[in-house]
Design a protein around this ligand. Sequence first.
Ligand code: FAD
Length: 349
Amino acid sequence: MSAFPNSTSKPVPDRHCLKNYNTFGVNVLARHFELINNIDTLRQLIISRTLDTEDFCILGEGSNTIFRTDYKGFVLKNDMKGIQVVQENEDSVWVEAQGGENWHEFVQHCIRNGWGGIENLSLIPGSVGAAPVQNIGAYGVELKDVFESLIAVNMRSGRVERFSLSACRFGYRDSIFKNRLQGRYFIVSVILKLNKAHKHEFELSYGAVKERLEAKGQKPSLQSVSDVICEIRRDKLPDPRVLGNCGSFFKNVVLTKSKFEKLHKRFPEMPNYALSENQIKIPTAWLIEQCGEWKGRRFGNIGIYHKHALIIVNHGGGTGREVSWLSEKIIESVYDKFGIEIEREVNII
Ligand SMILES: Cc1cc2nc3c(=O)[nH]c(=O)nc-3n(C[C@H](O)[C@H](O)[C@H](O)COP(=O)(O)OP(=O)(O)OC[C@H]3O[C@@H](n4cnc5c(N)ncnc54)[C@H](O)[C@@H]3O)c2cc1C
């Protein structure tokens, strides 16, 4: 377990290249770039009003961010490290992870310690600090299911504040930090309530996890579930180190029951999943596939992944402007066919 850092952040020369700081691999420059590895440095920037005169953006590992052009302000890269147990009882453990920790490494740390609850979120790229921003989710589990609270710095006052589960307003790939408070808080650390082994129940009902375990003759354990999920993800998704991408570019669609029923009459083969009595989820990948030849198509330097219609990939030299153009075309084509406006999941800056 690493200790919380207390060294000062290192300023990096101006006009910093961001190519290695976003998984799509857009080659843009930032006018200013700061590695933030402790709260004091961040508060200093706020209190000295350095950030008042220029734009700023908060960056984790850039796996859900695309820069359209060079960034004319401050990029504040979260580099705060440390994991510690803050509370414990017979059944549960409350773990605080600093925002600059890598999410997947944090998941593995929890698995090694026998703490259950986030094994289904294995191999999601990115940082711990970004995880609450869009309430990351996969294989039937979302961050909100284990979330206790987070600590964040108010980017106007420099005050350190705590957000409870209800204050974060989590929704499907959504939170208050993606809406009303976008860019207003720097998430410093996240506290999760995880289960000790004897209290843990596995979620195995999504995406062939159970079937794969059975095929391997394995019983569910934190490690075996995580390994199977990593395997499925590696089969399905492009590795950003090989082919630049940001994962699913669009959110799945959630419709009210009455809207869904009208549409279902026109497209009876439309796959759908009930989220609640009045909310039906439609896979956006299916909607895009029905619009014709998007999957696997290439447009100059970028294209749509051949195995997955939701993923825009960078074949080399792709720009944020090209991605923005292509995503607009896809949104239009889905709207023309279904009358549904699909939403981007990725943040375009
Ligand atoms: C191959 C691939 C697969 C993926 N699969 C999934 C998946 O299964 N499920 C899923 O939910 N997502 C998935 N994603 C999306 C991505 O992994 C998550 O959104 C992740 O949480 C982004 O983390 P990051 O650190 O890279 O965020 P960044 O891209 O750096 O930032 C994302 C947003 O959060 C803000 N932000 C980042 N850090 C902070 C902070 N400390 N404080 C305040 N705001 C902050 C940024 O300003 C930005 O708006 C996938 C991405 C890829 C490339």
